[in-house]
Design a protein around this ligand. Structure first.
Ligand SMILES: *Cc1c(COP(=O)(O)O)cnc(C)c1O
Length: 234
């Protein structure tokens, strides 16, 4: 996708974000857009940066490595997919956020990986709010215990919660999912754990980001409607 197209898409996206913020009495600056580049070429990712994007998200290790190699340290990198523990060693040091922490074994490997670098890795705990079997994530009623137990992993900072809503025709139907994630986030915050400031909510994709913003999203993960899906459509 060429630069003009990405720029136009971003402009339109920002208008919609602004409207969702107004509707819910929030400020535009509270919502960060992660450009999900998993289906696009390095060139398109570069065009997104040129258009003003600062955050790049990938759901596979290989995709992340490819983008880091060609884009360097300019963007902030987010890993948003499920990750096998044995692959953690290969995560690039440039990674700032992982959105899919959902098992203790993964926490343990991440801690090892980033302890070596004396680096903190920002983690979102992925929650399976919808309860769909196909989705990964901690069960809502296990979130507090799960996070409390992460305090032994000193290189992890639990910055927030993440969820994926089911794909539905009418995005309004996703609202209860996002609302529940926000309530869980508030509960974790009340605990006041120093390893888990848990201020952020990573929720909302191309199909449902407006509802997510109205319910408090601070990071939205946008692929198709921003950079398209070149690799899918061939
Ligand atoms: C692919 C993906 C997205 C972006 O999806 P779009 O519908 O293309 O915006 C967001 N989050 C995760 C975890 C993804 O895998």
């Amino acid at each position: 996708m060429d630069q003009q197209q990405v720029t136009n898409n971003l402009e339109y996206l920002r208008t919609r974000i602004q409207e969702a913020c107004q509707k819910s009495n929030r400020h535009f600056s509270e919502v960060k857009v992660i450009a999900v580049t998993k289906y696009v070429t390095v060139e398109t990712a570069q065009n997104a940066l040129a258009a003003g994007i600062e955050d790049i998200g990938e759901n596979r290790l290989e995709g992340l490595q490819e983008k880091v190699e060609s884009l360097g340290v300019r963007p902030t990198y987010h890993f948003i997919g499920s990750l096998q523990s044995r692959k953690v060693k290969q995560l690039p040091e440039e990674l700032s956020y992982i959105h899919s922490l959902e098992r203790t074994s993964l926490a343990k490997e991440l801690d090892k990986r980033f302890k070596e670098k004396e680096q903190l890795i920002n983690c979102f705990v992925q929650v399976n709010v919808s309860g769909e079997e196909s989705k990964s994530g901690v069960k809502p009623d296990e979130v507090l215990t799960f996070i409390e137990n992460l305090k032994t992993y000193r290189s992890l900072r639990i910055v927030g919660l993440m969820t994926m809503a089911p794909f539905v025709e009418n995005p309004e139907q996703t609202r209860p999912i996002f609302k529940q994630l926000r309530q869980l986030r508030d509960q974790v915050q009340l605990e006041g754990w120093s390893h888990a400031p848990c201020k952020e909510l990573s929720m909302g994709m191309s199909n449902d980001f407006e509802v997510a913003i109205e319910e408090g999203a601070t990071f939205i993960r946008i692929g198709t409607s921003l950079v398209g899906n070149e690799k899918m459509s061939g």
